[in-house]
Ligand binder design. Sequence first.
Ligand SMILES: Cc1cc2nc3c(=O)[nH]c(=O)nc-3n(C[C@H](O)[C@H](O)[C@H](O)COP(=O)(O)OP(=O)(O)OC[C@H]3O[C@@H](n4cnc5c(N)ncnc54)[C@H](O)[C@@H]3O)c2cc1C
Ligand SMILES: NC(=O)c1ccc[n+]([C@@H]2O[C@H](COP(=O)([O-])OP(=O)(O)OC[C@H]3O[C@@H](n4cnc5c(N)ncnc54)[C@H](OP(=O)(O)O)[C@@H]3O)[C@@H](O)[C@H]2O)c1
Ligand SMILES: Cc1cc2nc3c(=O)[nH]c(=O)nc-3n(C[C@H](O)[C@H](O)[C@H](O)COP(=O)(O)O)c2cc1C
Length: 635
Amino acid sequence: VLSRPDQVNSGILGQGVSCWVFFHGLFYVGYFYVGNMVVFYGSQTGTAEEFCGRLAKDAQRYGMSGMSADLEENDMSELPRLVEIDNSLAVFCMATYGEGDPTDNAQDFYDWMQETDEELNRVNFAVFGLGNKTYEHFNAMGKYTDKRLEELGGRRIYDLGMGDDDGNLEEDFVSWKEQFWPAVCEHFGVEATGDDTSIRQYELVFPTDINMNKVYTGEMGRLKSFETQKPPFDAKNPYLATVAVNRQLNQAGDRHLMHLELDISGSQIRYDSGDHVAVYPMNDVSIVNRIGQILDADLDTVISLNNLDEESNKKHPFPCPTTYRTALTHYLDITNPPRTNVLFELAQYATDPKDQDILRKMASASPEGKGLYQSWVLDAQRNILAVLEDMPSLHPAIDHLCELLPRLQARYYSIASSGKVYSNMVSICAVVVEFQTSTGRSFKGVATNWLKNKVVVTDNGHKATVPMYVRKSQFRLPFKASNPVVMIGLGTGIAPFMGFLQERGWMKEQGKDVGETILYFGCRHRNQDFMYQQELEEFEKVGVLTQLNVAFSRDQEEKVYVQHLLKKNNEHLWKLIHTDNAHIYICGDARNMARDVQNAFYDIAEEVGGLTHTQAVVYIKKLMTKGRYAQDVWS
Ligand SMILES: Cc1cc2nc3c(=O)[nH]c(=O)nc-3n(C[C@H](O)[C@H](O)[C@H](O)COP(=O)(O)OP(=O)(O)OC[C@H]3O[C@@H](n4cnc5c(N)ncnc54)[C@H](O)[C@@H]3O)c2cc1C
Ligand SMILES: NC(=O)c1ccc[n+]([C@@H]2O[C@H](COP(=O)([O-])OP(=O)(O)OC[C@H]3O[C@@H](n4cnc5c(N)ncnc54)[C@H](OP(=O)(O)O)[C@@H]3O)[C@@H](O)[C@H]2O)c1
Ligand SMILES: Cc1cc2nc3c(=O)[nH]c(=O)nc-3n(C[C@H](O)[C@H](O)[C@H](O)COP(=O)(O)O)c2cc1C
């Protein structure tokens, strides 16, 4: 992004301008050619970061300089000073989590926005929010950022965009971008260069004098960090936990439900019941090999992709030097449907003009293009391999493909054990993702299939390992053990409650006064996916679990769901909530269940508590604010 004075590019305005730039939390003088755009991301699983990179790259097509920036790595209290840069614009891509919360890397910025009364001096801004309509607080962070920046005196250049991950987030982003750029052009008096050709951000370098000790083999941060492990362990420095237990939880049915125990002894990792464990999976070797084969690439070539912008703080798209094999196995997402910018950039490699057309059309904002992308890529769940297989004339350079693909993300699991009882072990309860796509291919979820195949001790006596770290959550047992708890878990959503039950049992053993502990568990069939049946019945027998209610949805003609059972026990539940300060916990599906269960609680408040619907909604919302109605849900 920064150009030195001797490198000032004439750009479309024909002159360089001196300006200030955000960089590692500092402002310092740099030189630019036209407008200057910094795109900040608040991202947990990489999508907002990816979108920021695309916007920053687009900027070049409009004669502007663009840089993508991590909110966490910049001193955002300096934001008002952005006006000191001519033609400057701050764009924010903000994802929402939890109960409308910011991502980890946006927390400080969020705090700053809430607390500051600084005047933003008409700093130009635009916001694109990333969210999911199935969550109650849809796009809360995007909305807040947009509103707050205006309140503080910022000048909105283009309307808030709101992407919905439950629909077609890519399309939402592309549509927003299509309107955003003309607004920017109008505001700054710039024009698109008309140059729609692909712009490489990284150059391929083959290191000379290769020292294999300096080549990344899957590490997330420090080279050789898997060989010499040093705490503290986190996202950039995961711990290699050995798999102590990997057992199937269901005896029947066509799914594979599993319980894993990861040994964390000696790691200094501490966790609480309700926390999440993040695991870094590896892609399926057969997909990696097939990509190599189709692209005629020697996957074991050592390469480095170096940022052409030497001043950028992102030197490589993934840890380099490494091999193509390592990049495709550990660092790149090769199984999710590729985004439209990837298709656009790949089009140049299709030798059949028809394929070129199709790829470009799918990347365009035309209704026909969007429809084609939806059906051919998204609905058919074509991953990059399927795209290559189904378009034989498409033969991209492997290094360009590696530059374009997004990063493989860690997968989160609700920890299914208590850190108080099992301080050396983190348990996971998961369902293996596997289904047929409409093109007849078998889709295998990356992490769950990789975990399923982790044998505790391999033939050669090695112990299988999993790179992991713990992420703190807000899903916590009440401070006072005497408070009753009502846990509602669906399918694998039983996970955190195994930890809660272990901990309540442990507290009981310590002689503490432990309140009522009630579980509502929903699964398909009693004889198939009644996970942890023995353990639950044992908890019930010893009085840790005071009530075990199970809804087997498919064991009878009519569906029976947990909310039906909740309503049957409405009087007792209302007493626990209203009189006894009970805490309610919900875990599992975010798409429908969380809302349906919440509606059941509204009904209980109305029917037994005598509240109107509006009062009932306010009542439950209040419980949420007080931390007495907590959800750990995903879709
Ligand atoms: C906070 C949090 C906690 C979580 N806790 C748990 C937990 O305790 N246990 C657990 O099992 N999971 C949990 N998950 C989900 C977990 O993180 C992974 O998303 C899940 O295991 C799938 O990962 P994968 O790599 O195997 O699948 P991926 O390779 O990521 O593939 C998943 C893709 O397949 C799609 N998909 C899945 N099933 C189907 C289907 N039948 N038809 C069509 N498309 C489908 C999904 O929409 C998604 O696009 C949690 C997620 C979050 C965010
Ligand atoms: N992103 C991913 O790749 C991924 C991977 C795994 C799981 N998940 C999600 O994780 C969650 C749990 O998965 P799972 O396989 O463990 O659960 P599951 O076995 O599919 O469902 C558990 C129970 O919940 C019931 N249920 C469905 N809709 C409900 C509703 N609206 N209200 C109350 N109960 C309802 C089911 O009934 P019926 O099915 O009989 O209706 C079933 O009895 C789901 O959201 C699933 O989509 C996502
Ligand atoms: C555990 C979890 C909680 C979420 N909570 C919300 C939410 O409260 N509101 C919302 O609009 N979207 C929510 N989302 C959706 C994300 O914001 C959306 O998927 C986004 O694209 C993620 O961007 P990222 O990859 O940059 O982190 C949630 C997603 C997950 C996995």
